[in-house]
Design a protein around this ligand. Structure first.
Ligand SMILES: C[S@@+](CC[C@H](N)C(=O)[O-])C[C@H]1O[C@@H](n2cnc3c(N)ncnc32)[C@H](O)[C@@H]1O
Length: 375
C-alpha cells in the first residue's frame, strides 16, 4: 500500500516536473513493475503503457522495449545529432515514436525500421494525427536482416541486445553516412569510448575506431525510461572516418581476434601457445589450401573479452606429429617478428591502432597472415 502511494506520487512528480501527460496506465500490476522494472520471470505481458489517446501496448523485455519518455532528453538527442532539413534519417527501433515525432519536425524524411508491428501501428497513427505521415517511411522488419536504404545520418534509441552487430552493420556496411547518434547501454558506450590503457579498452573499441571516431554526448538516467531498466544509458555519436587505413578488413578482424583473446597477456605469451601457432599455421597463406573459404564472424563477439575465439579443436588432431616440426618453425618465426620489433612484451590492451597496424604489416612481410576460421 505504501509502495502504491510512493509510486503514484512519483508519477505525479514526473508530470509536474516535465509538464507532460501521464503516460502510465496505473494498473494493479504496474506498481510492481514500477518498483522493479521488468519481471525477470515473465517476458510476456510485462507493462502496459499508454501513448495518450493513440493506443496502448504491452512491452517486451526480449525486444528491449524501453520507451524513452523524458522530452528534454529527446530534444537534446535531436539537437546533438545536427539534423539538416534536407536529411533522410534512419531510425532503428522507433517504438511508439517519441523520438521519431521529434525527428520528423527537423528532417526531410525519416526511415524507421521496427520489428514489432504493434509498435508500427501506433507510430503510424501518431505521425498521421500530426500530418507527418508523408515524410515517414516504416519498414516492419528485423534491422539486422534488412538492407538499409540510403540515409544521411542515424538517430536512434536502439535495442541494447543488438548494439554490437548493429554498429558493425553501420560502420562496416556499404552505406556512407555522416554520423550515427545512438543511445546505448552506459557500460557498452564506455567500452566504445575507451582508449588504449583504459580498463574497458577491448576489441570492440579497436575495431570501431579503425573506421570511425566516437564522441561522448551525455549520460541518460534509467529513470527517463518506461519501464525503468536496471542499467543507465549514454548517448554517443559515431563519425565515420574519411580516410580509413588501407587494410584487408577480414584479416584485421582475425588479427585483433587473436591479439585480444587475452587482452592483458603479453603478445609473446599469446602467440607462443602451440594451439595459437597451429591455428595460424593452418590459416596462413603459406599452407592454407582453403584461402577462398574464409568466413567472417561477428567482429565483436568477444567484447566481454572472453576467449571465445578458442576454436573447438580435437586435441588429438591439434598438432599431428608430422606437423610438429613445421609448427615449431612457424612459431619461432612469429616470436622472431615480435622480438625484433619490440612487441613481445607488449600487451594488446595498451596498443594504439597505429601500433597494431604496424605489427600486422610486419607479420605480413614475414609471410604470416590472419584469416577467420576456414569453413
Ligand atoms: C529501446 S526501444 C526504443 C523505442 C523508442 N525508440 C524510444 O526511444 O522510446 C527499442 C525498439 O526496438 C525494437 N526492436 C527490437 N529489436 C529490433 C530489431 N532487431 N529490428 C528492429 N527493431 C527492433 C523494439 O520493438 C523497440 O520498439
Amino acid at each position: 500500500m505504501l509502495w502504491r502511494i510512493y509510486s503514484f506520487s512519483f508519477d505525479i512528480a514526473r508530470f509536474v516536473i516535465r509538464g507532460q501527460p501521464l503516460r502510465l496506465l496505473v494498473t494493479k500490476s504496474s506498481n510492481y513493475y514500477n518498483r522493479k522494472g521488468y519481471d525477470d520471470d515473465d517476458d510476456k505481458k510485462i507493462r502496459k503503457i499508454n501513448e495518450g489517446d493513440e493506443g496502448n501496448i504491452y512491452l517486451h523485455k526480449s525486444r528491449g522495449q524501453y520507451i524513452l519518455t523524458n522530452p528534454r532528453v529527446l530534444d537534446t538527442i535531436v539537437r546533438k545529432a545536427d539534423v539538416r532539413s534536407t536529411d533522410t534519417i534512419l531510425e532503428i527501433g522507433p517504438g511508439t515514436g517519441n523520438l521519431t515525432l521529434k525527428l520528423l519536425q527537423v528532417a526531410q524524411k525519416v526511415v524507421a525500421i521496427e520489428i514489432d508491428k504493434r509498435m508500427v501501428e501506433i507510430l503510424i497513427n501518431r505521425a498521421s494525427n500530426r500530418g507527418l505521415e508523408n515524410r515517414l517511411s516504416v519498414i516492419c522488419k528485423d534491422a539486422l536482416k534488412t538492407e538499409f536504404p540510403q540515409f544521411d545520418a542515424v538517430v536512434a534509441n536502439i535495442p541494447y541486445g543488438i548494439s554490437s552487430p548493429l554498429i558493425a552493420k553501420f560502420v562496416f556496411g556499404t552505406n556512407s553516412f555522416r554520423s550515427a547518434t545512438l543511445l546505448l547501454q552506459k557500460e557498452f558506450a564506455r567500452r566504445l569510448l575507451a582508449n588504449p590503457g583504459d580498463s574497458q579498452f577491448n576489441r570492440l573499441a579497436v575495431n570501431v575506431k579503425l573506421v570511425a571516431d566516437i564522441e561522448f554526448i551525455m549520460d541518460v538516467s534509467k529513470r527517463d525510461f518506461i519501464p525503468c531498466p536496471k542499467v543507465d544509458s549514454s548517448v554517443v555519436k559515431i563519425h565515420p572516418k574519411v580516410n580509413v587505413p588501407s587494410v584487408d578488413m577480414n584479416e584485421w578482424w582475425a588479427f585483433t581476434r587473436t591479439c585480444f583473446s587475452k587482452k592483458n597477456k603479453t603478445l609473446g605469451a599469446t602467440f607462443k601457445q602451440k594451439k595459437k601457432a597451429y591455428e595460424l599455421l593452418r590459416r596462413s597463406e603459406m599452407v592454407d589450401q582453403h584461402k577462398d573459404k574464409v568466413m567472417t564472424n561477428c567482429i565483436f563477439d568477444d567484447e566481454t573479452n572472453k576467449s571465445n575465439d578458442e576454436e573447438e579443436v580435437d586435441e588429438e588432431h591439434l598438432h599431428p606429429p608430422c606437423f610438429e616440426k613445421e609448427m615449431n618453425l612457424f612459431r619461432d618465426k612469429i616470436v622472431e617478428v615480435l622480438r625484433t620489433s619490440g612487441f613481445e612484451e607488449k600487451r594488446p590492451s595498451k596498443l594504439s591502432n597505429e601500433e597494431l597496424l604496424y605489427l600486422l604489416s610486419l607479420f605480413n612481410q614475414a609471410g604470416i597472415h590472419f584469416h577467420d576460421k576456414a569453413k
